[in-house]
Design a protein around this ligand. Structure first.
Ligand code: SAH
Ligand code: SF4
Ligand code: F3S
Length: 436
């Protein structure tokens, strides 16, 4: 019996798919990379923007015929879309061949749901409202070697006005610091070289004894072993000097921070319910760079939020230049039913948003290219994480998150490699491993 998992969305989902794989393996299934040969197909969905949903709908719909030919095939749909209000009903109706539907709070029940489906020969749904516990006892099948993800908290309380996450992931729940540190210790012992702490807003982490995020990070970075540490995502409203000093204190913590700004206009930030101003954001970056001059800052930006004017978009462009981001994820605002922003007047026309997005991408890419060019002739310390079959080159990222490619006669995956950079192309660097 073989499983195939299709994952959409953020790293949280990628890691949860590793847990889904853990459950399936426990039940005796093995992984199958070809979707057409699998006995159970699990879709782990995302609903952050409309196109994420459309992708999933398209791929689920494409299985209709296969299910008709093979009645024993099990199709399960889980993740954020399954948890979204009204979507479960829609999936049930539109895709009568979906056997199992499970929400974000019900992941650990998947094994039992499969048993129920098999014995009852009926569709099974589990969409519990909320979950309190933070330990699921599942051993994930890790797929990211040399990288590994560790959840530190679940859910989000921020209710940014455009965002569906608080509705589909529930309220913030932090794991015990002790459990997190123990997981980091065992990953380091197992030989993982990059550990990423995950949460929607890591800065609001609160452990059992009041441990805050900087204290947790300090404890994780004090774990012995040859690994580096990352974390995401930080919310600018909770950014602190204490966080900066912990990053500065530990060599293990990468000098890179993902700090989503969303917009450069104070009026839009306020409508977004982000609870910081452009000025506060820029001060935070200034503090970071004063303390850690080489620290790379990456970000997320939304264009075309309801009522955004051309002048306000220009403020986002000017912020991009002032903040000097290394790279950014950039999105066109997508209305999500049930959120405050979706009900706002002044939704922006698609053609206007598209135009803003392409100008923004150009501004961010110009910075990225400049930063890449500055690497030429210098050394980049990268952690080799894979092999690019198309380029025939190994690849990996440096602590700032920059991708470097190189040729090697031996398998270097999982090793830290010093590259002498001789060429840069957009965001990618190319070089020779020193000493090979
Ligand atoms: N918790 C993280 C981000 C989670 S979602 C944080 O707050 O930073 C990742 C990114 O998707 C967000 O930073 C935002 O830029 C984008 N996003 C979220 N909802 C969106 C929407 N409705 N339309 C477009 N982009 C959205
Ligand atoms: Fe969404 Fe805001 Fe929470 Fe991030 S902090 S997940 S953008 S509500
Ligand atoms: Fe998507 Fe859910 Fe992540 S909506 S971005 S998979 S938290």
């Amino acid at each position: 019996m073989k499983y195939h998992i299709v994952t959409y969305g953020c790293q949280m989902n990628v890691h949860e798919s590793e847990k889904i794989a853990g459950i399936l393996r426990e039940k005796g299934y093995t992984e199958e990379s070809d979707i057409d040969s699998a006995d159970i197909i699990v879709f782990n969905t995302c609903c952050i923007r409309e196109n994420a949903e459309n992708h999933a709908f398209g791929n689920i719909g494409a299985l209709k015929q296969r299910k008709r030919e093979n009645k024993d095939l099990i199709i399960a749909v889980g993740g954020c879309m399954a948890q979204e209000e009204g979507k479960a009903a829609l999936i049930k109706e539109r895709f009568p061949f979906v056997d199992i539907l499970f929400g974000t709070h019900n992941l650990s029940e998947l094994g039992a749901l499969i048993d129920r489906k098999k014995s009852q020969k009926k569709r099974v749904f589990s969409l519990k409202e909320a979950r309190e516990e933070t330990e699921d006892g599942i051993t994930p099948v890790r797929t990211g070697y040399p990288g590994a993800w560790v959840n530190i908290m679940y859910g989000c309380n921020n209710f940014c006005s455009y965002c569906i996450v608080p509705y589909v992931r529930g309220r913030e729940r932090s794991r015990r610091a002790e459990d997190i540190v123990r997981e980091v210790e065992s990953l380091a012992k197992e030989g993982y070289k990059e550990i990423t702490l995950l949460g929607q807003n890591v800065n609001s982490y609160r452990g059992e004894d009041g441990t805050d995020f900087p204290a947790l990070l300090d404890r994780c970075a004090s774990v012995e072993g040859d690994f580096r540490l990352r974390f995401m995502t930080s919310h600018p409203k909770d950014f602190s000097a204490a966080l900066v000093s912990v990053i500065k204190k530990h060599k293990k913590i990468c000098n890179q921070i993902h700090l989503p700004v969303q917009s450069g206009s104070n009026r839009i930030l306020s409508l977004m319910n982000r609870r910081y101003t452009r000025e506060k954001y820029l001060e935070e970056i200034a503090l970071l760079r004063r303390e850690i001059p080489d620290c790379a800052v990456t970000t997320d930006i939304i264009v075309g939020f309801p009522t955004e004017t051309e002048e306000e978009f220009q403020e986002t462009l000017s912020l991009v230049n002032e903040a000097d981001f290394s790279s950014a994820f950039m999105f066109i605002y997508s209305p999500r039913t049930g959120t405050k922003a979706a009900a706002m007047e002044g939704q922006i026309e698609a053609s206007v948003s598209k135009d803003r997005l392409s100008r923004l991408i150009e501004a961010v890419n110009a910075r990225t290219r400049e930063k890449s060019a500055a690497y030429i002739g210098k050394t980049a310390e990268i952690l080799c994480e894979g092999y690019d079959e198309k380029k025939n080159l190994y690849l990996g990222r440096d602590e700032y998150g920059r991708m470097g490619y190189f040729a090697s006669g031996k398998n270097r995956i999982g090793e830290f490699v010093s590259l002498r950079i001789d060429r840069a192309n957009g965001i990618s660097l190319f070089g020779e491993p020193i000493g090979e």
